[in-house]
Write a protein that binds this ligand. Structure first.
Ligand code: PMP
Length: 355
């Protein structure tokens, strides 16, 4: 730490991103990226727009925002496009959290929530998930605090039905409910239509997973126009040109080629169910998932050993060290070939452990 570092931030524990190793070619099943490349129109749009990189992007992301609004069935003033959904979360925490607006979220969820809460000095409560990693909705009904829920949740993969989300939103009219839908396209039900009826609901989503654009950084927030106006106040105080022009053009093309992405999601869901069955037949405990990953543990090898042994064999999965989940690994669902390779290496490791 330098002698110049602000005392306000000295105690922060920053978020640890998943490994992005540059040393060798891994089968990368550790950061929930899509195994499929962007669609043809996205590549063409990105290339076309790259020729105009000397010009700033449109700070309002108007064309993309309108397209997104149309895609989601909401008005354009209900949409904010962001530099990844991490930025949408960051703006929301900054805009809506403070001492008077404390937060509540599960103890096992996306690791950025406590990081942003600490960064902005927002008090928060972490509600323990049940033993089976399910969220108990009763703990969020009439919570009297800002509620943050990833639905489906990460890294567990479990999903709450939309009627439960609506109950939570309805029972907290004086508090914001933020639903993070990073993984909703893999079998969940989006809460976006509810934003037309509830002014305390903010839905955040991303192009990183189901739309193969993790490297482009594109996310969004959808909610009542007043909420979006507040987030714009924060955005224009920090980073007006938050979505670069190549990404904005790519995003428009991705929405125009929705069929391609839907088909990819279908394939990933099929690969997920197949992989879950295979893992179960190898004696793994697999949490039911509505995402593009599985959360699983083996009785035969520890979470850390499996992670390290897979890495030695060129397969990367995500291992977390937190007490309640350290026997698990989060395995991103890739192509069928990638999952076959992952299973083959896993079998090898199990065999060695039993030998
Ligand atoms: N929310 C959740 C639950 C996530 O797992 C992720 C991916 N790390 C994000 C948000 C952020 O994704 P991105 O910034 O790439 O949109």
């Amino acid at each position: 730490m330098s002698k110049f570092f602000s005392g306000r931030h000295a105690a922060l524990t920053p978020y640890t991103p998943g490994e992005q190793p540059q040393d060798m070619q891994y089968v990368k099943l550790n950061t929930n990226e899509s195994p499929f490349p962007p669609s043809k129109g996205v590549l063409e749009a990105a290339l076309r727009e790259a020729g105009k990189l000397q010009l700033y992007s449109d700070p309002t992301s108007a064309v993309l925002g309108r397209k997104m609004a149309q895609h989601m069935g909401v008005a354009p003033e209900m949409v904010l496009m962001t530099n990844g959904s991490d930025e949408a979360l960051y703006y929301a925490f900054m805009a809506f959290g403070d001492e008077q607006h404390p937060m509540v979220f599960p103890d096992i969820t996306y690791g950025f929530y406590p990081v942003y809460a600490d960064l902005f000095h927002i008090p928060y409560e972490e509600k323990p998930l049940a033993e089976d990693f399910s969220i108990n909705p009763a703990e969020y009904i009439g919570a009297g605090k800002t509620v943050v829920i990833a639905n489906p949740n990460a890294p567990t993969g479990r999903c709450l039905p939309l009627c439960v989300i609506e109950d939570i939103v309805k029972s907290n009219p004086e508090n914001l409910v933020l639903i993070d839908e990073a993984y909703v396209d893999f079998g969940g039900e989006s809460a976006v239509p509810l934003t037309l009826r509830y002014d305390n609901l903010l839905v955040v989503g991303t192009f990183s997973k189901s739309r193969s654009m993790a490297g482009a950084r594109l996310g969004y927030a959808i909610g009542n126009p007043a909420l979006i106006a507040d987030m714009n106040t924060v955005k224009y105080s920090l980073n007006p040109y938050n979505v670069n022009r190549v990404t904005a053009a790519a995003g428009v093309a991705a929405l125009e080629e929705d069929d391609y992405y839907r088909a990819n999601c279908q394939t990933i869901m099929e690969n997920r169910e197949w992989t879950a069955q295979q893992l179960e037949s190898l004696g793994f405990d697999v949490i039911p998932s509505k995402t593009n990953f599985l959360f699983a543990r083996s009785a035969a090898v520890s979470g850390e050993t499996l992670y390290l042994e897979l890495k030695k064999r060129g397969v990367l999965v995500r291992h977390f060290t937190a007490e309640r989940i350290r026997e698990y690994n989060r395995i991103t669902i890739g192509t069928r070939e990638q999952m076959e390779l992952f299973l083959e290496k896993t079998k090898e490791i199990l065999k060695e452990a039993n030998a």
